[in-house]
Design a protein around this ligand. Structure first.
Ligand code: UDX
Length: 436
């Protein structure tokens, strides 16, 4: 059993805290936001993640997991303090903004007692570990501590599953003592997952290099989809054929409207920025960022072109979240595509099964909000599918045909059956296959 303090109770801190408590540790989660901590102390979760509720309740009841706004009480007894605060992109430079993490390091430094490992879970630029170490040493020159990098690879919607079934655990430590503490903490994963001990700067790089690679893989398959449309090939068949090569792998080969979310856009931009800073120009990543952005505008213009005969006609948008299974609209391609369409159309009605409230904070009153697929599609010139919600796989197409003004669908997630839409006489477009 180890004593762990986790600073930050967001999408990374909370699932990690719950997971570590379930593994038998005593975990205290710290946050500055009193409302959030009060809510958690009342036994209410502050975010939705599959499987989180049950483990949260169980470990709180067992006394293994608690919440506080008091950094001192959490840090002074801890064997490991994990930093899991946000590193949002700076609005101008797009570099990761480290003010929250540096402030947390400064504060926790005052309360360190006995040997403590300070582990950075937040995604931070290469070299941040050195900076955090300097800050702690300056505030508390007598402190006995090491700073390690412990990158996080959890996916939203699968955070609990990913916590217990990681492909790998990466530990970036500069001392044997710190490495031993971390290996002890992750002992339950020995024999199940690969545990990789590397230099701190390598560990910081692994996180960015992995996310940038996945973003590039998505950009690559999207570019291949464009090629297939021109060359009369079918991207689904092509992706399947590519994925069967184990060196390429089947995952992350779904073409669509481009990648989004709170990680890929932020991390690719930060990585490109680091490349510029270190004088190592990352051309593939720079191209990926530019083309992923261009793709969203291109899709918006493609839809507008379809309704050009009736520019005042209604456009129905199905899906606003950045991917299915979440209400998160941060950097959602769907939102950017809607924004492009707003430049040319005043008559857009949007629907999402979970993300409407979050979308409203971004799109405000520039569009109308529907409460059902039917409401969005009634009298529409075109329905545009932008998020891969399971519900959209089972649309009642016969009904849609009746209620739409024009039987036309643009399916940017390749969700519908071509046979079915064609039999019903829809004018249908998808990704990576030219429909004749
Ligand atoms: C990602 C990483 O997967 C995770 O390891 C990291 O810790 C955080 O960032 P997440 O942002 O939750 O996780 O989403 P993910 O499922 O990876 O999807 C990211 C974006 O890529 C979404 O917009 C998704 O729709 C898109 N995507 C993904 C595709 O367009 N095609 C694919 O084949 C896969």
């Amino acid at each position: 059993m180890m004593k762990i303090a986790i600073i930050g109770t967001g999408y990374v801190g909370l699932p990690t805290g719950v997971g570590l408590a379930e593994l038998g540790n005593r975990v205290v989660c710290v946050d500055k936001l009193t409302d959030k901590i009060d809510k958690l102390n009342r036994g209410e979760l502050t975010l939705y993640e599959d499987g989180l509720e049950e483990l949260f309740q169980k470990n709180v009841a067992a006394g293994a997991l608690s919440f506080t706004t008091d950094m001192e009480s959490a840090v002074k007894d801890a064997d490991v303090v994990m930093l899991a605060v946000g590193t949002p992109p700076h609005p101008l430079t797009k570099e990761a903004d480290l003010k929250y993490i540096y402030a947390a390091a400064e504060e926790l430094a005052r309360y360190l007692q006995g040997y403590t490992v300070v582990a950075t879970k937040s995604t931070v630029p290469v070299g941040s570990g050195d900076e955090i170490e300097k800050i702690i040493r300056k505030v508390n020159p007598k402190a006995d501590f090491d700073v390690v990098s412990l990158p996080e690879f959890l996916r939203e919607g699968f955070a609990i599953y990913d916590f217990f079934n990681p492909d790998r655990i990466v530990i970036g430590a500069e001392s044997n003592k710190a490495r031993e503490v971390m290996l002890n903490l992750y002992q339950p994963f020995v024999g199940k997952s690969e545990i990789l001990c590397v230099k701190r700067r390598s560990s910081e790089t692994i996180k960015y290099a992995s996310n940038a690679f996945l973003a590039m893989k998505i950009h690559y398959i999207n570019e291949m989809a464009d090629f297939c449309e021109c060359a009369d090939a079918d991207i689904k068949e092509v992706a399947k054929g590519m994925g069967l090569d184990s060196r390429i792998g089947k995952k992350f080969l779904n073409s669509g409207p481009g990648y989004g979310g709170s990680c890929f856009p932020k991390d690719t931009n930060a990585m490109a920025q680091m490349g510029r800073k270190f004088g190592a120009h990352l051309t593939l990543i720079e191209t990926t960022i530019a083309q992923n952005d261009a793709r969203k505008s291109m899709i918006g213009r493609r839809v507008i072109e379809l309704v050009k005969e009736r520019p005042e006609g209604k456009i129905a948008v199905l899906g606003l979240a950045f991917k299915g299974g979440t209400d998160d609209c941060r950097e959602s391609p769907a939102i950017d595509i809607v924004k492009e369409m707003i430049k040319h159309s005043r008559n857009i009605m949007v629907y999402d099964p979970k993300a409407t409230e979050n979308a409203k904070t971004i799109l405000n009153n520039t569009v109308q909000y529907a409460e059902s697929v039917d409401e969005a599609c009634r009298d529409a010139e075109v329905a545009v599918i932008l998020t891969e919600w399971e519900d959209f796989k089972h649309l009642d197409l016969k009904r849609l045909k009746k209620i739409m003004r024009c039987a036309r669908i643009v399916d940017m997630r390749n969700m519908l059956s071509l046979d079915e839409v064609q039999q019903l006489g829809f004018d249908y477009q998808c990704v990576g296959k030219k429909i004749k």
